[in-house]
Design a protein around this ligand. Structure first.
Ligand SMILES: [Zn+2]
Length: 218
């Protein structure tokens, strides 16, 4: 059975998640933020076996600590989609822009692409849904059987990701949400990169930021 734990990391209280299979104890760390050391201790404490680091997109509050965690645990960094290469390769500039401590530039061990199914040995594949808009290479990870969507900064409870960062695009974001997320079952739990959890059904019914953005684009 798939389970997950949420940790607020970075000065932006980004929701890092440890997603694990309670049958075999394999775990992935989604968007570790700046908390490599703390997360590695936590995995030890929980007696989990880390198999990979997944990134939803290339912003520093999500991805900054991934290389350090990868070194500590000796596991690969997977994702985002390669449209975010400019962010990971320019990580040192993001710190200046966001007012965060500087971290090194890096590239993941592998990029992901739309619709790809990742077998991470958790007894359920992670399907990649490419959702550009907040960033060009942003992705969500969908666990169909468990009804979970790791949505990064694409969709939040009652809100959507910002599109005013470099290479953000409001039209792409609206299309990603309405065409690629809202076609999922209403009961799917949305685990966002910031703020509380929600469901696809709740956001379809009422998401003021999305309605506003749609009106602006008309
Ligand atoms: Zn972001």
């Amino acid at each position: 059975m798939i389970q997950y734990l949420t940790y607020g990391v970075s000065p932006f209280q980004q929701n890092c998640r440890i997603v694990f299979c309670s049958d075999n104890s394999n775990a992935v760390i989604v968007d570790p933020g700046d908390s490599a050391r703390e997360l590695s201790l936590e995995l030890d404490r929980l007696h989990l076996n880390p198999v990979a680091i997944l990134l939803t997109h290339g912003h520093q509050d999500h991805a900054g600590g991934a290389p350090e965690l990868s070194r500590i645990l000796n596991i690969d960094i997977i994702g985002p989609e390669k449209g975010d290469a400019f962010l990971l390769e320019g990580m040192c500039y993001q710190g200046q822009m966001l007012g965060l401590p500087p971290v090194d530039n890096f590239a993941p061990d592998r990029w992901v692409s739309d619709n790809e199914e990742l077998d991470l040995k958790l007894n359920e594949p992670f399907r990649v849904i490419h959702t550009p808009g907040h960033t060009p290479g942003g992705v969500c990870y969908y666990l169909e059987k468990s009804g979970l969507l790791l949505s990064g900064d694409t969709l939040f409870a009652g809100s959507v990701g910002r599109t005013d960062f470099p290479r953000g695009n409001a039209r792409d974001l609206v299309n990603s949400i309405t065409r690629k997320i809202f076609c999922l079952p209403d009961g799917v739990k949305v685990l966002s990169g910031h703020g509380p959890e929600t469901t696809v059904g709740n956001e379809k019914k009422d998401n003021p930021s999305l309605s506003y953005m749609k009106r602006l684009l008309e």
